[in-house]
Write a new protein. Sequence first.
Length: 107
Amino acid sequence: MSFALADNRQNGHDDLDARIARAKAEHQRPSSANSMAETRGWSIAIEFVGMVLVAAAIGYGVDTYANLGTRPFAMIGMLVLGFAGAVYRAVQDSSQFDATPDNDMKD
């Protein structure tokens, strides 16, 4: 019984080069269009969360420091307005990004 070790293979040097080239091709970094889309998606998500949190903080500040007797209604109202503004802005940004033809993934 004989065992084939890596040094005893008869595949040749070209076969190894071909396998290395295939492995490198499979594990290449994403194209710039893919990374641009991912970056834009993160930008929209962070902006969405930021708008909601800032609006809630403004409402909390109005409730706490203005002494208008509106506790917790100013915060709830600002939270709703912040959410509506964030949705509007996300839809607006997404539609502008979708209109650009170089964003499409190539097969």
